[in-house]
Design a protein around this ligand. Structure first.
Ligand SMILES: C[S@@+](CC[C@H](N)C(=O)[O-])C[C@H]1O[C@@H](n2cnc3c(N)ncnc32)[C@H](O)[C@@H]1O
Length: 372
């Protein structure tokens, strides 16, 4: 089977590297995600292990859809008996570009009608729609009047690991944080410091990665575990994948340090990291005062916003942090227009990333070679 793991814009190369390391076959980065191949259980494994993918999609059918009649007929021809029956719920999402049909809401409606009409005609009853917690997630992609219907293995987006404290303010998505940690160049063994850690998403992702914890282990279940065809044999296969993942966890944890000016943020960090199964060191204070270890990585998503009192001071403090730690990988995920002071170390090429709709840039510095 062919699969497409979707990813936030800018994180595709990180996802490609991750899927290669996880030994998936046919891995190839594309716009918006990464292709890979395998049997159905490869998709289970991707849901369980990927830190960066948002969804794992399998194309079911591709057909011309220049008008609503052809779209309806194309979807209606798709066999879904192994996935959906009248006792289950479904939800459809859609995206389109350069096509005659342009309204995504209407595309979802037509697709849903075609799917449920087919089941009703055969079984006498139809599945219903559940927009919040459906058993089956379908995705219709229409490009230049050609439609592809995908089955989404993940169900709820994979960034929902179930570890985060709900009260966190403006946290990063876990999948973006995982990509940032990977892009930082950190070796997963030396100390990792987030000097403006907020609710600690970067620290949680760093710790899970260092301990080789499969991020999907904390999820109660994935979308595919609710499908018609997920029988005892598939359940046993999934249990074995989870068991294998637990056995692969490492006991050692490098030093992880979170600093923030907000006491309540640090309390959240401790709750989230404990839930993830490890402890981090927290320090109350401004990033200008950070006393980081001599090596490792310093990675942050520094504060930004109109209410920030002294942006020039923060820009200067960030630059000082870079220069004070020549042996560390340093990476800051910043809003595109956010200033940073002059650094003596030369930055690596900036990387464009998106935090939701906000265009961001990852500024990073590789460690300087040690003299002598
Ligand atoms: C954008 S948030 C970080 C969000 C975090 N990455 C997460 O996922 O939860 C920035 C954090 O920087 C903290 N902060 C603001 N000024 C600071 C300073 N001078 N030194 C250290 N932290 C600061 C804020 O309290 C806030 O928690």
């Amino acid at each position: 089977m062919q699969f497409f793991a979707t990813a936030a814009k800018g994180t595709e190369p990180a996802l490609r590297d991750e899927l290669r390391e996880l030994r998936f076959a046919g891995v190839r980065a594309d716009r918006g995600g990464v292709h890979f191949e395998g049997d159905r259980r490869a998709a289970y494994r991707a849901c369980l292990w990927s830190r960066i993918a948002l969804r794992v999609l399998a194309p079911l059918a591709t057909f011309d859809a220049p008008d609503e009649g052809r779209l309806y007929a194309g979807v209606r021809g798709v066999e879904l008996d192994d996935v959906l029956d009248a006792s289950r719920t479904l939800v459809v999402s859609a995206a389109c570009r350069s096509s005659r049909l342009t309204h995504t809401g209407y595309l979802c409606q037509l697709t849903k009608d075609a799917v449920v009409d087919r089941i009703r005609d055969r079984a006498g009853a139809r599945p219903s729609v559940d927009k919040r917690n459906a058993d089956v997630h379908l995705f219709l992609h229409l490009v230049k009047d050609v439609a592809t219907l995908y089955l989404d293995f993940a169900g709820q987006s994979l960034h929902e690991r179930g570890l985060r404290e709900p009260s966190a303010v403006a946290p990063l998505r876990e999948t973006l944080a995982a990509a940032v940690v990977r892009y930082s160049g950190w070796d997963r063994k030396s100390a990792f410091v987030d000097p403006a850690c907020g609710s600690g998403t970067l620290l949680v992702e760093a710790g899970l990665w260092a301990k080789n914890v499969a991020p999907g282990l904390s999820r109660e279940r994935f979308g595919f575990e609710r499908w018609v065809g997920f029988d005892a044999a598939e359940r046993a296969a999934m249990d074995a994948l989870r068991e294998e993942a637990r056995a692969a966890e490492r006991a050692e944890l490098p030093l992880l340090v979170g600093r923030d000016v907000s006491e309540s943020a640090l309390a959240l960090v401790q709750k989230s990291t404990r839930r993830a199964g490890f402890e981090v060191r927290v320090a109350l204070g401004a990033l200008a005062d950070a006393e980081e270890p001599a090596a490792g990585a310093i990675v942050a998503n520094p504060p930004y916003g109109r209410r920030l009192e002294r942006p020039a001071e923060l820009a200067r403090d960030l630059a000082r942090l870079v220069d004070r730690h020549p042996a560390a990988h340093v990476a800051f995920l910043m809003a595109e227009e956010q200033p940073i002071g002059h650094t003596r170390r030369r930055p690596q090429a900036p990387r464009e990333l998106f935090n939701g709709d906000i265009r961001c840039v990852l500024r990073s510095w590789a460690p300087l070679p040690v003299a002598g």
